[in-house]
Design a protein around this ligand. Sequence first.
Ligand SMILES: [Zn+2]
Length: 240
Amino acid sequence: MVIYFHNPVRKIALILAFLFVVYSYWSYFNSSQRIQGRLAQLILLIDPGHGGVDGGTQDQFGNLEKDINLQIALKVREQLVASGLKIIMTRENDTDLAPFRSGQRGRHRRDLLSRIEKARFNNCLFLISIHCDSSVARERRGAVAFYNYRSDESKQLALLLQDELNKVQQAPAKAAPGKYLIIRQSGVNSVLLEVGFLSNPEEAKLLQDPDYQQQLAAAIAKGILKYCQKYVPAKPSDCG
Ligand SMILES: [Zn+2]
């Protein structure tokens, strides 16, 4: 088809419209590449709580928290890697980070400190620790994001994570300040996620369902990505 332009004004308008469309496409691809590049410079540490000799809490059938934490954490990693983030893990299998040594006390504390040290050493943007909760009140359920009240970054991420988790779970919960050792360390921004209660039989079953785990993992990944889009500056040199 040949289009003849008898009207020069119309011709110019069409050329300008064409150039505008080309420019829009170019700037869209350019900005999405910039975001990809920015994400690739960030390192996150995902921490499946417990492991090895430390099983964590358990459900009524003896299914251990450490296994569920790991299954969810690996799914979170998969999602985030697909989005271009650099992810390291405190553990990728059933192990702990401070083996039992006869005569040496404080294994649990040494284990937690070596997880934190891993985040420090790798200069991670965040340490995200994944756990399951337990309560004598069997009706208690729901995922909660705990933050370090002294860290604005920790709180902002926890709020975004909670928003996403609330879209997955039955009843919404509120992000809360936590007293856990792993989120109270200076120099490391951490959030601890209690993804549900193993003491609640119904939620314990859900937490072991791969589909539900996937939904939780997607929510966690989405919260992290939202934080990056909102708060992480375009140039790494702008990081505080
Ligand atoms: Zn735990």
